[in-house]
Design a protein around this ligand. Structure first.
Ligand code: ADP
Ligand code: MG
Length: 623
C-alpha cells in the first residue's frame, strides 16, 4: 500500500485505447492489401446478396475508384449503417454456423476495413421498400446519410484507396500490375458463378462482358477462344464429395503454370497438394514440364473443410486430405480416358493410389527434374549435395583452379603466368584447360562431365546456359540495347485482356532487350522485330512463353520489371536439359560459363555445376 501511494503522481499511465478509426485502419491492413482485395470482397458481397447481375467499374487500376453495382437483396436503412461496423455480418449468428458456411463472406470485416482506408459511397435499396439509403463514409466516420431513389440492389463506390495511409498507397505497384491482380480476382469470382452476369469496365473501356451461361461458356469467355473444343468435362459424384468442371486436352498444356483453378464449395483455393493430384492424372500424356488447364469444383460438406485457416482464405484444410487427393486424381483419369485420350487407365478409387509415396510428400519442381536423373546420380546429388556444392563465388573456383594447377607439374610456369586475378583470365585458363581434354562427355543429354586433376565437375547444361544468357542480357540492358532484327512478315498477337495488361507494362523493356512490339488495336499487338540471334518464324511462341513466365514470377520477389524480363528471357533462350550437344557446343558452353562473373549458380540460385573431389570420392567409397 505504502508502495502504491508512494508512486509519484507525475508519471502518467501509459495504456490508451486506440481511437476506432486507427484500430480499423490497422485491422484493415489484413483484409485490404491492394485494390484487388477490395474488388474480391465487394464482388463476393454482391454474390452473397443473391445478385444475378454484377458490374465492376474501376479507374486507375482501382487506385482512384472501385465500384460494384449489383441487383441483389439490398439493405434496409439500419443495415446500411450497420454494415460498416467491424464484425457486422448477417451471415453467421452463432459459433456453430461457422462450420456450415455457404456464403463467400462471414467475418463481417470487409466493409469496415474498406471504410477505414477509403472514401465510400453506398447506395442501397431492398426490393420491397420504396426509398433507398445513401451513405457517405470516410475514415470510418459517417459523413452523410439521406434517402435516395435507386433501383433495388446495392452500389458501393470506393474512392481513393489508402488516401489516409500514404505509406500503403506508396506501396502499390504500377497500374498494369494492380490491374492484373484485379483481373485475377475478377476471373476467379466470375468462374465460380457462371450463372451470374458480370462485367468489368476499366477507365471507361469495357474489358469483360460475361453473359450468364454454362461453365464451359464462361471458361471460354474468360480464358480465351482457343480452349473451345479443347475442354474435357469432369464429373463424379459420391456420398462424400462431388467434383465437376473441365480440364484441358493434353495438347493445350502450357509451358508454365497458368490457367489452373480449384474451387472448394465455390471458394477459390490454392493447393499444391491437389494440383499434384491433377498433374499425376496427366502423367505420360504431357511433358513433365508443362501444365494443363483445369477449372475444377469440389463440393463437400462444409464440416469436412476448414476455410478459416488463412485470413485471405485461399488455403484450406481438409478433414481427410488423402481421400480428396485420390478422388480428384481418379476423376480426372476417368475423364481423360473417356475421351479416349488415353487408352487404358485404371480410374477406380483404389487403395493403391493412396499408398503412392508421392501422395505423402509435397510435390516440388526440383523433384520433377530430379526424376529425370538416374538413381545413382540422384543418390549422389541429393544425399551428399551439402558436401559437394561449392556454395562459393570465385574464391572457391580459384581453389579448384589452384589445386588443379599445382598438380599440373610441367605446365606450371606457363599456367601461373596466366594466374588470374580477374574473371577473364579465369576463363582463358579454363579454355586452356578444357582444350587439354580429349573429349567432353555428355550424360543423359543434360550433364557435362569435365575431369579435373583432383576430381571432376558435373555441369548442368541448362542451368549453366541460363547463367550465360542472363549475364549477356544483363550487360545488354546496362550498356546498349540489344539490336533488333526487323521481321520480314510481322506477325500479330492476340492476347487475353489480362495478358494485354502485362504486355503494356513490359513493352518498353522488351524493346531494350531486342523485341520490338507495337500495340495494334484492342488486346492485339504486332511483333515487328526480335533479337538477331532468335530464330525467325517462332516469335509468337517466344512471346507467349515469355508472358507466361513473366506472369508467374513469384510476386513476393521484388524484382524490377527488367530483371524479371531478363530472367524469363535467359531461361527461355537457354539450351534445355535433354538436348544433345556437339563437342563444339559443349566446349563453347563451358568456356562461356566460366567467363561469367558468377559462374557457380544460375539466376534462380541453383548450382550450375557440382564438384566432386578425389578425397570426397574416396571418403564415400569408405577408403
Ligand atoms: P461479411 O460479408 O463477412 O458478412 P462484409 O463487411 O463484407 O462482411 O459485409 C457486412 C454485411 O453487409 C454483410 O453481412 C451483408 O449483410 C451486408 N452487405 C454487404 N454488401 C452487400 C451487398 N452488396 N448487398 C446486400 N448486403 C450487403
Ligand atoms: Mg463480405
Amino acid at each position: 500500500m505504502l508502495f502504491l501511494t508512494a508512486k509519484p503522481d507525475f508519471v502518467p499511465d501509459k495504456i490508451l485505447l486506440l481511437p476506432d478509426n486507427i484500430a480499423n485502419q490497422i485491422a484493415a491492413g489484413e483484409v485490404i492489401q491492394r485494390p484487388a482485395s477490395a474488388v474480391k470482397e465487394l464482388l463476393e458481397n454482391a454474390v452473397d446478396a443473391g445478385a444475378t447481375e454484377i458490374k465492376l467499374i474501376i479507374q486507375d487500376a482501382g487506385k482512384s475508384l472501385i465500384q460494384v453495382i449489383d441487383n441483389g437483396s439490398g439493405m434496409s436503412e439500419t443495415d446500411a449503417r450497420m454494415c460498416f461496423e467491424r464484425h457486422a455480418t448477417s451471415k453467421i449468428q452463432k459459433i456453430e454456423d461457422l462450420f456450415q458456411i455457404r456464403t463467400m463472406g462471414f467475418r463481417g470485416e470487409a466493409l469496415a476495413s474498406i471504410a477505414a482506408v477509403a472514401q465510400v459511397e453506398l447506395k442501397t435499396k431492398k426490393a420491397d421498400e420504396d426509398a433507398g439509403t445513401y451513405i457517405e463514409v470516410e475514415n470510418s466516420v459517417v459523413k452523410k446519410q439521406e434517402p435516395v431513389a435507386v433501383p433495388g440492389g446495392t452500389s458501393i463506390a470506393m474512392k481513393n484507396l489508402f488516401f489516409n495511409v500514404p505509406a500503403r498507397r506508396n506501396f502499390l505497384k504500377s497500374n498494369a500490375a494492380e490491374l492484373r491482380h484485379i483481373i485475377d480476382e475478377f476471373t476467379r469470382v466470375a468462374l465460380s458463378f457462371p450463372n451470374v452476369f458480370f462485367s468489368l469496365t476499366s477507365n471507361g473501356q469495357q474489358v469483360f462482358h460475361l453473359e450468364a451461361g454454362s461453365l464451359k461458356q464462361r471458361i471460354v469467355q474468360l480464358l480465351g477462344n482457343n480452349y473451345n473444343a479443347k475442354l474435357v468435362s469432369v464429373k463424379e459424384e459420391t456420398d462424400y464429395m462431388n467434383i465437376y468442371g473441365f480440364v484441358g486436352k493434353p495438347e493445350t498444356a502450357k509451358k508454365t503454370r497458368g490457367d489452373q483453378y480449384f474451387f472448394v464449395n465455390n471458394r477459390f483455393i490454392k493447393s499444391p497438394y491437389l494440383n499434384h493430384a491433377v498433374m499425376n492424372a496427366y502423367q505420360e500424356m504431357i511433358p513433365s514440364d508443362s501444365f494443363p488447364l483445369y477449372v475444377l469444383f469440389i463440393d463437400l460438406n462444409p464440416e469436412q473443410v476448414d476455410v478459416n485457416v488463412h485470413p485471405t482464405k485461399q488455403e484450406i484444410k481438409f478433414e481427410d486430405e488423402k481421400i480428396v487427393y485420390a478422388f480428384v486424381q481418379a476423376a480426372i483419369k476417368h475423364a481423360l480416358a473417356q475421351f479416349s485420350i488415353t487408352p487404358t487407365l485404371d480410374f477406380d478409387l483404389d487403395a493403391s493410389i493412396q499408398q503412392l509415396p508421392s501422395i505423402q510428400q509435397p510435390f516440388t519442381e526440383s523433384k520433377q527434374s530430379a526424376a529425370a536423373s538416374t538413381s545413382i546420380f540422384k543418390g549422389f546429388t541429393q544425399k551428399h549435395q551439402a558436401h559437394f556444392i561449392e556454395k562459393s563465388d570465385l574464391k572457391n573456383w580459384k581453389d579448384f583452379y589452384e589445386s588443379t594447377e599445382s598438380e599440373m607439374g610441367n605446365r606450371k610456369s606457363e599456367v601461373s603466368s596466366l594466374m588470374p586475378e580477374n574473371h577473364e583470365s579465369f576463363s582463358s585458363n579454363l579454355k586452356h584447360q578444357t582444350s587439354d581434354f580429349s573429349e567432353l562427355t555428355q550424360l543423359l543429354n543434360t550433364y557435362l562431365v569435365i575431369p579435373s586433376k583432383n576430381g571432376f565437375l558435373i555441369i548442368h547444361q541448362q542451368s549453366a546456359h541460363e547463367r550465360v544468357k542472363y549475364e549477356q542480357l544483363k550487360k545488354a540492358g546496362k550498356e546498349n540495347p540489344v539490336a533488333v532484327q526487323k521481321t520480314m512478315f510481322p506477325s500479330t498477337l492476340e492476347l487475353s485482356p489480362a495478358d494485354s495488361a502485362v504486355m503494356e507494362e513490359i513493352i518498353n523493356d522488351l524493346h531494350y532487350l531486342g523485341y520490338l512490339i507495337e500495340p495494334f488495336g484492342k488486346n492485339a499487338f504486332v511483333i515487328q522485330g526480335t533479337p538477331a540471334d532468335v530464330d525467325a518464324g517462332n516469335e509468337k511462341h517466344v512471346i507467349d512463353i515469355l508472358l507466361e513466365q513473366y506472369k508467374h514470377f513469384n510476386p513476393e520477389l521484388k524484382f524490377s520489371k527488367r530483371e524479371k524480363l531478363i530472367r524469363s528471357l535467359a531461361r527461355q533462350q537457354s539450351i534445355k536439359a535433354g538436348t544433345r550437344l556437339t563437342q563444339k557446343e559443349m566446349q563453347q558452353l563451358v568456356n562461356d560459363l566460366f567467363a561469367c562473373e558468377q559462374p557457380n549458380i544460375n539466376p534462380d540460385g541453383n548450382p550450375t555445376y557440382l564438384e566432386f573431389k578425389q578425397e570426397q570420392l574416396e571418403r564415400m567409397f569408405g577408403k
